[in-house]
Design a protein around this ligand. Structure first.
Ligand SMILES: NC(=O)CC[C@H](N)C(=O)O
Length: 222
């Protein structure tokens, strides 16, 4: 399995995401935001958390205009797997690869804590290691995590079983408690919580590692 991890000016979880991929045996190639092409032969792109371009304009808006974003759109358009975590999720909504938008937290404060998520579907390469309804503990760290989508978009996500995770106790005002969503082909995941920060016993828990192990199992079968 070969993973590309992208770094933007202001990314701060790129190394952590690379380590999480390496722990499942993946070869990781680091990609700079100015690269207009992704490395050959990759199975998945990881867009890490952080504060790309200082969160100016809107979180993820400038990153979504970078040369690498066009390459990621092309990769996803051909059925490639992409995971965007936190700022990565914000970037994926800004590119249009995922629906909805991440607005300022309802409480207007940066929230940084571990909390419980409910796995809403096990039908994806990212969540197949859990059961629908599993409760998992994974941390959040954001000020713009208030996932917002109109009624029609929400209905579509529900009808197509594309809500990956919800918050057990909504920390940011997100529509329908949504913490993570899948693309229509189920190969692009965006999520505000950080599975790479809860992936080793030293992190205080290993629930996040299930996501990476699910991916490894899918890739092994491919
Ligand atoms: N941890 C992160 O990726 C932060 C995301 C984003 N910049 C926010 O604060 O909302």
């Amino acid at each position: 399995m070969k993973a590309a991890v992208i770094t933007f000016p202001g990314s701060n979880c790129d190394r952590d995401l690379a380590v999480a991929f390496e722990r499942i045996g993946a070869e990781v190639v680091r990609v700079w935001h100015k690269d207009a092409e992704l490395p050959k032969g990759i199975d998945i792109v990881g867009i890490p958390g952080g504060f790309s371009f200082g969160d100016y304009l809107r979180c993820g808006a400038i990153a979504a205009q970078s040369p690498v974003a066009a390459a990621v759109k092309d990769f996803a358009g051909k059925g490639g797997y992409v995971i965007g975590i936190c700022n990565g999720f914000q970037i994926l909504t800004e590119t249009g690869l995922l629906p909805g938008a991440l607005l300022r937290n309802a409480g207007l404060k940066y929230v940084c804590k571990a909390l419980d998520l409910r796995v809403e579907t096990a039908d994806s390469a990212f969540t197949s290691g859990w059961h629908k309804g599993s409760l998992v503990r994974i941390p959040i760290a954001h000020h713009d995590g208030n996932y917002t989508i109109d009624d029609e978009g929400l209905k579509r996500l529900k009808d197509e079983d594309r809500i990956a995770f919800t918050y057990a106790d909504n920390p940011n005002g997100a529509t329908a408690d949504i913490a993570g969503v899948l693309s229509a082909n189920r190969r692009v995941l965006g999520m505000m919580p950080h599975p790479e920060r809860m992936a080793e016993p030293e992190h205080g828990g290993t629930d996040g590692s299930v996501l990476f192990r699910s991916l490894a199992a899918t890739m092994a079968l491919a």
